[in-house]
Design a protein. Sequence first.
Length: 712
Amino acid sequence: MTTATSIWESKSVLRPKAGGIDPAQLFIPPHLVLRQSPHPNISRVGDQEIDLRCAIARPNVPAYARFIRSTSFDDPTEYKLAVEVLFLGLNFDHFAAERWRLSALHPSNLHNTAYCLRALLRRMREDGISLHEVKQDWLDAWLDSARHLDSTTLIKWIGLWRRIALYTPLLSFEGVDFLPWGERSASRITGHRARTENKTPRIPEEIYGPAMRWAFFYMDHALDDVLTSRRWLEASRSHRAPPWVSDERLRRYVAELRRDGKRVPTKADGEPAWFIIARESGLSIAVVQARRSLIEDAIAELGSSLLDEEQGWASLSGCAEPWRTGIAGQLGRASSREIQHCIAACYLVIGVLSGMRDSEVTNLRDGCLEIELNHAGNPMRYIVRGRIFKGKKDIEGAEHKWVVIEPVARAIAVLGRIKAHLTRTRRSGLSPHQADLLFIQPTESSVSSTLALTEGMANGYLNSFVDHCHGLALQAAQRCGAEAATVKALFCIPPDERGFRWQWTSKQLRRTLAWFIANQPFGVAAGRIQFGHAADLMFEGYAGTSPSGFRDEIEQERELARMTDIVELYEDHISGHSPGGPFGRRLGDEFDSIQRQLEALPGVVVSDERRNKMLKNLAVTLHPGFLNDCFYYPDHALCRLSGDTDQGPRWSACQPAKCPNSCVSQKHRVAITECIDDAQTMKKVPGLSNVQVKTIANQIDVYESLLASSNR
C-alpha cells in the first residue's frame, strides 16, 4: 500500500541535506513589525501558515496576499523551501548581492514571490529535473520558453533564480551550486532597455471627459437619490407589525387619501404603485401586496392617478432629462450597487485630479483633508495628508501632503457621507485598524478579513461604473427625443480607437494627469475643471525633489511633449512651411543640416528613432507657447531681467516679434488671427484716446508681422 508520504516523496524535486533554518525562529524580524499593528508577530518558520498582517501597512494588499499557506503548494517539502527562501529574503544580509541588484524582500511582495517559486518547481517537475540538478543549459532553455513575457517580468524571475543560488548554503535542501548566467546583468540577459517613456496608456479626452462628468453628477446629485432610496428601503424593512396593526395602518392611509381628495397612485400598466403605498403607510411592500383587495376597493372608491415615471429623480447636468426612470427612490437591492458606483466616482475624481497612486488613495483616512482659509475666511488651499509607500524603506511608508483642488475636497466629503451610511447600516462593525479608512467595500456584513479596497478592486469598480453610466446615457437618450444628441455628446462614453471598450486601471489616472499638466496647461477637463489651475496648485505640492515621484513623471511628459513639437516643426519645414519669427531662420538652417545628413545615407531607411535623436538637442531648449515657441537661450532672452536666475522664459514679458529666441509656426496661426480680431474689435470701442488707438494699432502690426512670418 502506498502511503501519502511516499506519494509526496515521489513527486518532490528537492533533496534534503543536513542543516537548514531553525523552524522555531520567528519568520518576520522584529524591525519589520508595524509599530501599532493589531496583529501579533507569532508566525514561525516551521508553521503551516505564515501570517504577514503584522508587517503589511498598505490597506490595498489583498487578504490572500497577507498569508503564506502550505495548502497552496503541491508538496510539503516545496512549501518548506518557499518559507526558507522568503525568510532569508527578509533576514539575509544582501550587501554582497549588490552586483545582482538583489535586496531584501518586502513583506507585501512575499506572496507573489512564493507564487513564482511554486511555478518554477512545477516546471522542474514537468521536465523531470530536481533543483540540485539544474544547470545553465536548462536555465537557458527555460528562459527561451518564457520569452513571451515582458522583460521586466523576466528580470524578476532571473532575480529569483539568483536568490535561490545565494541562499543555497543556508537551505535545508540541495540547491543551485553555481552562479546563474554568471556576472551578466539581468537587463543584458533579457535584452531589456531602460524606458524613457511611461508605457501606461493615457486615457483619451473623449473617453475620460464623459466619465468625469458622470463622476461629478454622482457626487453632487445621484448620491442623494441613492441614500434616499436606501433609507426608504430600510424603513419598510423595519416596520414589522401584527396583521391587525397592518390592517389599521392601511385603512388609515386610505382615510387620509379620502380626506385630502387624493387618488390611489398607480403605474402605467394599471398596477398599484406598491412602493409608494408601502412608503406612505409605513408598511413593507409584501404586507401591502398581501392586502390587494383593500387597495382595489380604495381604487374603486377614490379612483387612480397615474404616477409620473420620472418623478423625483435628479436631472442630468446640461439637460432636463432625469438620470433614471421609475418611481423616485425605488432602487431596492440595486441601491447597494449604486453605492459602489458612488465610491467609484469619488475614486475617479481623486485619482485624476490629485496624482495619487492606488495605495495612496485607498489609504486616505478620516480627517485627511485640511482647508486653509484666506483673511476673508474663504477657502484658499486644500491639502490632503496621507502616506506614500512605493520606494520607502520604512514599511509603514512616509507621510506626505498633496495640494489639491476643490473637486477633490468635495469627493473626500462625499466619501465621508457614504462611510457614515455604511457604518450605520452594516451588521458588523469595522476592525480598529480599518475604522478610519475612507474607502471601504460597500458590503452589508463583515464577511471578509478586510473591508478596505484591495489592489485591483478599484479597477473593477471603475470599469463597472463606466459601463453602468454609459448604459444610463443610452437609456436617457432614447427617452428624451429632442435632447438625444445633447445627452449622447455629454454622457455617452465612446469606445477606443480600435472600437473596443476602454479598460480602466488606476495607474492610467495618474498618467493622464501628468500628461495634461505637461501638455495642456490651459486645457479644460470634464467641461469645467481647468487643468491650468490644477497644475499650479498641485505642482506646488511637489516642489523640489518630491518623494512621490510625480514631479519626475511630469518632467518626463514635458520632455516627450517638446520632442513631439520639434518633430512637428521639422516635418513642416521639409514639407515647405518653414518656421518664422526671429529664431526661424536659424532653426531652418539647423533643419536643413539635419536633412542633408539624413539624405547622405544612400540605401538606408531613415527611422523615426534616428531622426528624433538628431533633433533631440534642439528640443532641450524648446518651450511651447500660445502665440510663439521659445528656444530659450538666457543670454539672448529679452524677457530675462538683470540677475534673474529663472531656468525658463517669462511669458508675461515675452516680445515674440523681437526676441532672438522666438519662433512662430503653422500651429500658432489660429491664435494669432484671433488676437488680431480681438484687437480690431477693441480698436472700435468708442471713447478711446489717440494714444490708446495708436497702441492697439501697433500691437496689430506686431501680430500681423508674426502671422506673415509663420507663412514662409
